[in-house]
Design a protein around this ligand. Structure first.
Ligand code: MN
Length: 573
């Protein structure tokens, strides 16, 4: 591996005379890591170069590739971040800093894992390029894990399985996720891994032989019906996911139909459905095994048609049909969305992210960022994160046919809150596939759910005992809190003393703006103080008498809109 390999990959992307940023980064890294070696004895430079190559394959921009080359120079060679910024600009420095900060994470039990996840997720929300560098950094560390002392193997591999692979999955990076899992698998579950290797080999060979016979027959009928084919190949299920699936099926390999699947890649969506029709006309499909992930994509964005058919001799075979664009996206996920422009790459990147933030693909990242601020307890954070974002997802449908994306185990009430908080708050029952069910009824994939609401209905405290999603929990808790507050205000006609706690960037006239915002409500301020010790922004505490919970809400909104205000909390005294 050398710079020549990287050059070969990036010249077609950026143009031969436009690669100076990457080239300078390479030379800088070469100098900074001079004389350093990896535990394997290889020159250290092999490591950043590997990551840069992977990112070039994903067609990332020059800043990302340069940052990959430089990602360890701050941590391992004592180079100052300000030097990076002066040499390579703020975009590269930002990325290097992000990766360096993530690098400080280590799996040390549940507490630390929650912290790692939180940081990774936040980094994703801020700039997904940081996480793409970090994931490929982990990939190379896993590829070379053998060189590390044995006592470190399990911890690092476990961390890979628990943190990095789920994150790659959630970002739609299918091939990276599979590779990370298969690299970690033998270290975390050595016995299971060797059992699998021993017991699957025969079945695997037999099936792959069968698909070799079937593939030309499928190709022939598709050509006869004029379905254009871009490519056809057999893909083997990766080991770790096969192992997990086997556990669900009593370790019976005969029950795993997609041990190897035949993949058919065609130009358009219409071709996908036509191909499916042609295949079904020739080979009978297995009932219940036709999956239309084009009309109903998986939550991570995966799209394809899947079917399992009885092929010649009555043996079964799984076939996956997709367009080339779907294929790219399934392999490279969020990176496949990358639109590159030579002249204004950075600007384009930000536009891209901003416009994409509205789309479903990364909306979960936004959700996470929104609510993680409320959760201070790492244990709770981890639990919610696992349940909401990494657990298997199901789709339920509204009576109008809109899909609602929920975690497995979600109830009718979770569904209600995911449609709208008002519907959740006033839910009294539900109809699932036409049948009346209670609100704690567990939803299955593709259920049609209709929520029955009642005017003046309110959330009950025991709802918290059965809802599964953080969104439902959050709405119920805040509504219960509001109701309780309303009661307290009701008992004191003169109002309640409330402490308003405002965190704001300090500026001239700040306090004045805050107090006049409050006086505009004809509310008297009884007391105020400012705390500055140990904080980056001052905390201003204003005590006032407030008459109703409604008035309090409106006041909080008003204060949040004052220039410089970052956060407003309150405490009823
Ligand atoms: Mn590294």
């Amino acid at each position: 591996m050398s710079f020549a390999d990287l050059k070969q990959k990036i010249e077609p992307l950026f143009g031969a005379d436009q690669i100076s940023l990457v080239e300078r980064a390479y030379q800088f890294a070469e100098k900074a890591h001079a004389g350093q070696t990896r535990k394997s004895g290889e020159p250290y430079l092999v490591h950043p170069l590997f990551i840069a190559l992977k990112l070039a394959e994903l067609k990332m921009d020059q800043a990302t590739i340069a940052a990959a080359l430089l990602h360890d120079v701050v941590e391992d060679s004592g180079v100052l971040l300000s030097t990076i910024e002066a040499e390579f600009g703020s975009d590269v420095a930002f990325l290097v800093d992000g990766v360096t900060k993530l690098g400080k994470l280590k799996y040390r039990g549940i507490e630390r894992m929650a912290e790692s996840l939180r940081k990774m997720v936040l980094a994703t929300a801020e700039d997904v390029r940081v996480v793409l560098i970090k994931l490929n950094d982990r990939l190379h560390n896993m590829e070379t894990l053998k060189a590390l002392p044995e006592e470190k193997h399990r911890r690092i591999a476990l961390e890979t399985l628990e943190i990095y692979a789920p994150l790659a999955d959630r970002l739609g990076l299918g091939s990276l996720k599979a590779r990370l899992e298969d690299l970690a698998f033998p270290y975390v579950y050595p016995e299971e891994h060797s059992w699998l290797s021993r017991n699957v080999r025969d079945a695997f060979e037999e099936r792959s032989e069968y698909l070799k016979q079937l593939a030309p027959e499928i190709e022939k009928v598709l050509r006869e019906e004029a379905v254009p084919i871009i490519a056809m190949d057999a893909r083997a299920k990766h080991q770790y996911s096969l192992w997990r699936k086997l556990m669900k099926f009593d370790m019976d390999i005969a029950k795993i139909h997609d041990l190897i699947a035949l993949r058919v890649i065609v130009p358009t969506v219409a071709d996908c459905y036509q191909a499916l029709g042609v295949i079904h006309a020739h080979w009978r499909p297995l009932p219940g095994k036709i999956k239309d992930y084009i009309a109903l994509p998986k939550p991570n964005g995966y799209k394809s048609l899947h079917t399992t058919v009885f092929g010649p001799d009555g043996k079964i075979a799984e076939i996956q049909i997709r367009t080339i664009a779907m294929h790219e996206e399934a392999e490279h996920g969020i990176a496949a969305h990358w639109k590159y422009s030579q002249t204004k790459q950075t600007k384009l990147y930000h536009e891209n992210v901003a416009s994409k933030a509205d789309k479903k693909e990364i909306s979960w990242v936004k959700d996470l960022r929104d609510w993680q601020k409320d959760v201070s307890d790492s244990d709770e954070f981890l639990q919610t994160l696992k349940i909401d974002f990494f657990k298997n997802r199901i789709f339920a449908l509204t009576p109008k046919g809109d899909a609602v994306d929920l975690p497995e185990g979600a109830t009718a009430l979770d569904f209600a809150y995911h449609v709208h908080s008002q519907i959740g708050n006033s839910a009294s029952g539900a109809r699932v596939n036409g049948k009346m069910v209670p609100l704690d009824h567990e939803i299955s994939n593709f259920d049609v759910v209709e929520i029955i609401t009642q005017k003046n209905k309110k959330p009950a405290a025991d709802w918290l005992e059965f809802v599964k999603t953080s969104m439902a929990r959050k709405h119920i808790t805040s509504r219960l809190r509001r109701d309780a507050e309303q009661k307290r205000f009701g008992t004191k006609p003169g109002g309640l003393l409330v402490e308003l706690r405002v965190t704001a960037r300090d500026r001239i006239g700040l306090l004045n703006d805050l107090t006049s915002a409050i006086r505009a409500f004809r509310i008297n301020i009884r007391d105020h103080k400012t705390e500055t010790a140990h904080r980056s922004h001052p905390l201003i505490i204003l005590t006032c008498a407030i008459k109703s919970s409604d008035e309090l809400r409106k006041l909080l909104m008003k204060l949040k809109s004052v220039k410089g205000v970052e956060e407003v909390n309150y405490k009823i005294l």
